[in-house]
Design a protein around this ligand. Sequence first.
Ligand SMILES: [Zn+2]
Length: 161
Amino acid sequence: MTLHTEAPAASHHQARTMRFEEREAPAGLSKPCQVCVTHRPNQDGYLYKTWTVAGRKVKEAFHRFIYRAHNGWDEWPAGLECDHICGNRACCEPSHLRPLQVSDHKKVTNTLRYAEREEAAHCHWLATGCTGTALADKFGVTASTGCRWIRQWTAEGPYAP
Ligand SMILES: [Zn+2]
């Protein structure tokens, strides 16, 4: 089979070819993550690309561009953000991306951060056996949250997921 590809449009000219490599995705995702190895992400861990569209420079998060192009959207809908289901900000695998309302996105991100903090607190508690108040101080939560965590961990036992 011969593939006839059109010459890249001048408006979407890229200075450097982008190359992606597969990375292991979290359980439950059927495809591996696709991470760009030729371009560095910014401080937030996101890859940005600058396009020249109709003579104007436009900067867009690359994963958002991928999702948009994959779905044939000319523009990104206002009020939506592009969420990484895999949690890997550098990933550009379209099936790992989904549009979320900005408010929902914050919720998902906060839930993830909270879960990470609880995980870290759990490790600290297992190592030190400290009180809920001490946990609260160390991990920046209220004392009642610290105590609730310990109650949960005690109830779950050491082998609970
Ligand atoms: Zn991914």
